[in-house]
Design a protein around this ligand. Structure first.
Ligand code: HEM
Length: 313
């Protein structure tokens, strides 16, 4: 997405996902949701973190942005997973391609229904905001709203569960950090940022070269496909002292896990808020549960724990 459509969509999301709306509207909703999911964990002697917390938390918080009923989580999860595995897979079978096509058609129908519902019953969500805007300069068609909603659902739900699993993975291996959090000498935000730096969930960003150019002494030709490796940039020792160490107290924190340039993540403020809230609620879980075994990591475009089993101490 580029040009005017990109500008309009960016400005709509920014207006709805930053500043006082975040603090006054979304923070209490996310805090309550997180409390109820953490309480569900405490009912269990053992659980798999990604499916019992990470995926649910990331998807349900995103549902609030576009007013999707929480009861539809399994339906949406199944279809979004099919699209994500199509978008990030290297060896795609015909079966996976067909599943992704069907999923995107079904999601389109579901979101068109939501748009029509929001027209008769507006809510406090991004779709209602777009529909009720009077400014004819940035009116979006229904199909543009569908694309925007799908962008948000995929972009917002894919990385968040991975960051949370990484955060607790680092807490298990850096127990002193839990003490620093309790004393207040380290913030939850700093732990989230250091985890994002060391293990970025969006791992690899492809770009197509538009014009012949030279970058850092390397000639790039029009039509070349290049892959930007975010974890490599985030561990550049020109910028980060002891780059492979987990150190939430490090002074220089400017990782590029939210991307850079015109396509930089527009949900970063929202993500930082939801991640800090969740980590604060999950830290006591880390003290009451232990790892059954170290997590399994997977993925190339997006990368994170695929299975992470914990059990009560
Ligand atoms: C930890 C959480 C997140 C991470 C690490 C992350 C990372 C990224 C990265 C690296 C990009 C740039 C991709 C590129 O250059 O091709 C991006 C773009 C984007 N992100 Fe996020 N994201 C996160 C959460 C979110 C959330 C919560 C939302 C929405 C609520 C969101 C919405 C978007 C959108 C719409 C774009 C496309 C922006 C554009 O093309 O201009 N992201 N994200």
């Amino acid at each position: 997405m580029e040009g005017d459509e990109h500008k309009i969509k960016n400005s709509i999301i920014r207006r709805n996902l930053t500043g006082s709306i975040l603090k006054n509207h979304y923070r209490p909703i996310i805090t309550n949701l997180c409390d109820s999911l953490v309480n569900e964990l405490y009912q269990k002697k053992s659980f798999e973190f990604t499916s019992n917390f990470g995926k649910k938390f990331s998807l349900l918080t995103t549902f609030n942005l576009i007013s999707i009923s929480h009861e539809r989580i399994d339906w949406f999860l199944e279809r979004l997973s099919a699209i994500a595995s199509f978008a990030t897979g290297f060896e795609l079978t015909e079966e996976k391609i067909q599943a992704a096509l069907l999923a995107s058609e079904e999601l389109e129908v579901a979101i068109l229904e939501l748009i029509s519902e929001r027209r008769s019953h507006p809510g406090n969500d991004i779709i209602s905001f777009i529909i009720n805007k009077n400014d004819s300069h940035d009116q979006l068609s229904d199909s543009e709203i569908v694309t925007l909603s799908l962008n948000i659902l995929l972009a917002a739900s894919e990385p968040v569960d991975k960051v949370l699993a990484n955060c607790i993975y680092y807490l298990y291996r850096n127990r002193n950090c839990i003490d620093h959090l309790a004393e207040g000498s380290c913030s939850y935000h700093s732990v989230v940022q250091e985890s994002l730096r060391l293990s970025p969930p969006v791992h690899l960003i492809p770009r197509l070269i538009e014009n012949n150019t030279c970058f850092e002494g390397i000639n790039l030709k029009e039509g070349n496909l290049i892959f930007c490796l975010i974890p490599s940039a985030n561990r550049d020792d020109k910028y980060f002292y002891a780059p492979n160490n987990f150190d939430p107290l490090r002074k220089f924190k400017r990782h590029i896990s939210y991307g850079a340039g015109m396509h930089t993540c527009i949900g970063a403020q929202f993500a930082n808020m939801q991640l800090s809230i969740a980590l604060q609620k999950l830290t006591p879980v880390v003290e009451k549960y232990k790892e059954v075994k170290p997590p399994e990591f997977g993925g190339i475009y997006t990368r994170g724990a695929t299975k992470y089993f914990l059990e009560r101490i």
